[in-house]
Design a protein around this ligand. Structure first.
Ligand code: CAO
Length: 629
């Protein structure tokens, strides 16, 4: 047997081609011509086959590397007959420290893991070529009792990896070989320290004990994770350990900024209030001697760790609160740390490991997926926001079709409609306003209005009535603030009017309607609608609305449910007025009734406000004199 380094073959002269896939793993037995890598240039992707068969001892490239012909790609254990030039010795890489420029190689083996034998390797966290820091997790082991991140004993670059997911490991099992800087550590197999081990820490004058704060009286709660290691620098609020009762899990935060100098607790231990987790050298003298009580508003359990109504993400808090998470996330500390760094809520990540354990790949995959969805959507109307995507359908299979390009305005309208639909919990309320009087008044004024160059339709009266209703019910003259904690109360009354144009829907805004007369409003509607149809509306003429009126009256219909804009709280849909028999207590009277549909944002407005608003608006339309008030 011999170890041979296999290089990238002739790839047609291409230089610096990206490795996009590694098709094999350390320990795999491959045949000659089996694909081992996939490379991709801007012109083509290439499967790179193995020139001969053997067992893969290490992989010398990783996804994302740029390679050219001759670059080493893997080490293969081949039959000696096939590789006479190689050494006949079958010594493990970790046993032979090698000098390499200013650095030296260090073989890293599994440290003391508390006597665990044949423990599953459930994750390899590094790849050949990775540059790692001391303390970075290199593999994760898992027994039936605990999972352990095995940290790197020094900083350096991974040269080869001799272990893979699914292997069994015990103390002393070789893990990898790394090139360390400075040559200080050239010995093979230094004992790495598991995150959960009880390593002693040097005492320091400013050292303080870290204790479990009040956890709602829960006693003997399982330590399911230790999120830090000796030597880690932590910020106040960073999670130190995770406790889990049968109902919830709680992250215990660092009481101050500082450095962890001792850990007295490990996975599987039981903890109660006051249990000493470890010690830290706190920055500054102000840090108290023990972990503070959780903040008042912290969701600390009052009984032994009850599950909160809605699962809080298991993440570090910026304050010294015990973060309780009922979502049972099964992930190691290194993965939790990565998730925290990337702002990923682990409860949303599907774990693909044993018993649903969330791995590094799962977190990376989750982030990639979110980013891909975002760039695919790009703010356009897609199946984003977690809703199922709409499948592509070939309509031509049913008959002749033509793909018609939407105008820019129609595209923007579609985008806004989707945004509004997804964001606004909308309710629509209906009423019929008796506009008999207003109609006879309008008809009586029509000729006179025309002499003044104004076409008098019901619309200006409706706009004026809406302004009166907004004034009477200011709770409707609002918009939801994006922070979800405020509403924006508007002190002006600008009313938007939906205008149908050949290029799409435009919504100009008539400003300060409460200060304008019916003729002025009628004139402005005609002017702005004309500009909208001619494509001459300025952005400022379409902004600042408090309330919208969408009139389908000239077209027909008895009611519809108009869409509310996120910048307003309501919209009035106006349908076709018609003569209806109305009971006056003694007989049916023919009355001109105008169907109204009031949609409103139920986050900003409640039903009774909406009821009052629409009733008031109807009453104003029912009595023309009220418009003068
Ligand atoms: N019931 C019965 N008749 C009505 C009416 C109603 N609710 N509203 C208007 N009418 C009548 C008018 O009196 C007019 O009749 P006369 O010519 O006999 O007087 C006729 O219908 C046409 O009115 P108009 O359309 O010229 O004027 P308007 O003031 O009602 O509307 C404007 C102006 C710009 C809003 C309108 O032209 C328009 O574009 N409407 C479409 C709005 C739209 O697309 N909404 C959907 C948005 S999706 O939410």
């Amino acid at each position: 047997m011999a170890i041979e380094t296999i290089n990238i073959p002739d790839i047609g002269g291409a230089e610096g081609v990206e490795v996009i896939e590694i098709s094999v793993a350390v320990g795999d037995t491959i045949e000659a011509e089996d694909d081992v890598l996939v490379l991709e240039s801007d012109k083509a992707s290439m499967d790179i086959p193995a020139p001969k068969g053997g067992v893969i001892k290490s992989i010398l490239v990783k996804v994302g590397d740029k390679v050219s012909e001759g670059a080493p790609m893997l080490e293969l254990e081949t039959d000696a007959a096939e590789a006479p030039a190689a050494s006949a010795e079958d010594a493990p890489a970790s046993a032979e420290p090698k000098a390499s420029g200013g650095s030296s190689e260090m073989a890293v083996a599994v440290p003391d893991i508390g006597g665990g034998e044949g423990v599953d390797v459930i994750e390899v966290c590094v790849a050949v070529g990775d540059t790692i820091e001391e303390g970075d997790s290199i593999i994760v082991l898992e027994s039936d009792k605990a999972s352990m991140d095995i940290p790197a004993p020094a900083a350096g670059k991974i040269v080869s990896i001799s272990i893979k997911e699914g292997d069994k490991a015990s103390e002393g099992t070789p893990i990898l070989v790394m090139a360390t800087e400075g040559g200080a550590q050239t010995e093979s197999a230094p004992a790495a320290t598991a995150a959960q081990s009880e390593a002693p820490a040097p005492a320091a004058s400013s050292t303080q004990d870290i204790t479990v704060p009040d956890i709602g009286g829960a006693e003997g709660v399982d330590v399911i994770e230790v999120c830090v290691e000796i030597g880690d620098t932590v910020s106040e609020g960073d999670s130190l350990i995770v406790l889990e009762s049968d109902k919830a899990s709680m992250e215990i935060p660092a009481p101050a900024n500082g450095k962890i100098t001792a850990l007295n607790i490990k996975v599987g231990d039981k903890a109660s209030q006051g249990t000493v987790i470890g010690q830290m050298e706190a920055e500054g003298a102000a840090a108290s001697a023990e972990a503070p009580e959780p903040a008042k508003e912290a969701p600390a359990p009052s009984k032994p760790a009850p599950a909160p109504a809605s699962p809080a993400p298991a993440q570090a808090s910026s304050s010294n609160e015990v973060v309780v998470s009922s979502g049972e996330v099964y992930a190691g500390p290194a993965v939790r740390k990565l998730a925290r760094q990337l702002g990923v809520n682990l409860t949303e990540v599907k774990g693909t490991g044993t018993r649903g354990r969330v791995s590094f790949e799962d977190v990376h995959g989750f982030v990639k997926n979110v980013m891909q969805q975002r760039s695919a959507g790009g703010g356009k109307v897609t199946g984003g926001s977690g809703i199922p995507a709409v499948p592509d359908i070939d309509y031509a299979q049913f008959g002749e079709v033509e793909l018609v390009k939407m105008s820019k305005i129609k595209q923007l309208t579609a985008e806004a409609m989707t945004r509004n639909w997804l964001n606004i919990p909308r309710v629509t309320q209906f009423d019929d306003a008796d506009i008999t009087e207003i109609e006879s008044f309008r008809k009586g004024m029509k000729a006179e209005a025309e002499k003044s160059g104004v076409k008098l339709t019901p619309l200006p009266f409706i706009i004026k009535a809406a302004a009166a209703a907004l004034k009477a019910e200011p709770s409707f003259n609002v918009a939801m603030h994006n922070d979800g904690e405020h509403i924006v109360q508007k002190k002006f009354i600008h009313i938007a009017v939906a205008v149908d144009t050949p290029r799409g829907l435009m919504v100009p805004v008539i400003k300060n309607v409460d200060q304008k007369g019916i003729y002025d409003i009628a004139r402005e509607v005609i002017e702005l609608a004309g500009k909208a149809r001619d494509g001459k509306l300025k952005p400022a003429e379409m902004q600042g609305g408090c309330f919208t009126i969408s009139s389908l009256g000239p077209i027909g219909g008895t009611g519809f449910t108009p869409m509310v804009s996120t910048t307003e709280a309501g919209i009035l849909g106006v349908s076709k007025a018609s003569i209806q028999p109305v009971w006056d207590g003694a007989a049916f009277q023919p009355r001109m009734m105008l169907p109204l549909s009031l949609s409103y944002d139920h986050r900003a407005v409640n039903g009774s406000d909406a009821g009052r608003f629409l009733t008031y608006l109807s009453s104003v339309l029912g009595d023309v004199r009220r418009l003068l008030l």
